[in-house]
Design a protein around this ligand. Sequence first.
Ligand SMILES: [Zn+2]
Length: 62
Amino acid sequence: MIILPKVRCPGCGKLMEAVKAQVVPPANVLEDCLRRCKKCNIGASNAKNPLKVKFIFPPPKP
Ligand SMILES: [Zn+2]
C-alpha cells in the first residue's frame, strides 16, 4: 500500500487529504491526480515526497 501524504493546496492553503492507493500512476493530467482540492480543483501529482509534488491547475472557467 502506498500512502501519499497530505499536501497544502497552493490555491486556498488548505490541506488535501492523504490518500492510500495500491497503484500510483504518474499524474500528467488533473484526472490522474489522486489528491485534489475540492474547493479549487487543483490536483497534486502523485509523488510521495511532498517536495517533489507538482500541482496541476484546472483550465480557467470561461
Ligand atoms: Zn484549494
